[in-house]
Design a binder for this molecule. Sequence first.
Ligand code: HSE
Length: 433
Amino acid sequence: MVEPLRLGIAGLGTVGAAVVRLLTAQARDLAARTGRAIVVTGVAARDSSRDRGVDLSAAKWFEDPIALAASESIDLFVELIGGDEGVARKSVEAALSAGKSVVTANKALLAKHGLELARLAESHRVALAFEASVAGGIPIVKTLREGLAGNSVARVSGILNGTCNYILSRMELEGLSFAECLADAQKLGYAEADPTFDIGGFDTAHKLAILASLAFGVKLDAGAISVEGIEQLSLADLKAAAELGYRVKLLGVAQRTPHGVEQRVHPTMVPLSSPIAQVMGVTNAVTIDADAVNELTLVGPGAGGMATASAVVADIADIARGIRSAPFGLPVEHLASAPKTPMQRHEGGYYIRLAARNHIGAAAAIATRMAERGISLESIVQRRTAGEPDADVVPVVLMTYATTEATVREALDAIVADGHIAEKPQVIRIERE
Ligand code: HSE
């Protein structure tokens, strides 16, 4: 008879309560699948009196998550506290150091301390599992680490933040303001405690750092990622994109280039006909380009209690079965360094929206500055604003064929210096595939 796997769960918010609910509902099947019972023997949460709609009467309450993590009464510590320092970090370190496996959904902690924690897990020969840290219910960690082990990955890209995708979808489809959509995302529990993590692109960057490490065998390094958020996007850009046959998404992209592994997070125009453009609301999607499978896209819920709990429980089940993978696919000592590749070297198409002064020669001068640098224009549109036939400033929207970021920035500097435009240019990178 195999002993039950005893869990200590720290953090009983939306995800923690959902994990207990799933473990209870699936107890019999999980025991059959893993060959042993899974029981929650310890919990730590801020408020022990709150009714979470789950039965925790058999579990011991711990005031201190760190004491729970090191307790003899558990075999596996489940960290659902959040935050990249403090109790979350200390409790995970305490559990690993005490020879207990850890399951966490904490992407910020992993992005900052993932390598050290993986080293600690390796040295104590225990598991550090984090399926729930990226793309909620989509099993992307397992897909990259195990499912595609026979492939060489060229590119991983995706919509990794449900809050941003929800905001962009509602702004575009309902013409709502950024602030209204963000407030709704917060109400629905999608957004981080500090929503600048979402809208500034940092949450996507944390997740991308994890995916890049798994996909390319590189050391996890969020500092190697160029990050731009969605705060500067306007409804005008979303509408212009739609008119041009594109949709704007906040994408995280990691790809092999001749200069190294390029890692970037920024608003991106994707063709309306592409699979990624169809992904709306809080849904996440990850596309992997790899030699043997060619292209694979996984789409699913990126946030929310039950979806995230599904990933947490999958990790718990693996550990119950005795599976212990190297956290990032390779032992830490075999992970390569991936220095930051400057965005100036990025190659691709660009959408540029300029507020041009409405005088003779402005559009021609803009096109000339582009041509002087060998930038080929796919389209250039200047439109009077409805109801303002004599406006002093008019929007000019350009789409370029593939060029480098450095060339585009040089051309824009020259256009600004010419005095033809009234506001800072808006630039959005295009991914045509
Ligand atoms: N704030 C995150 C999101 C939650 O919006 O996707 C899931 O990581």
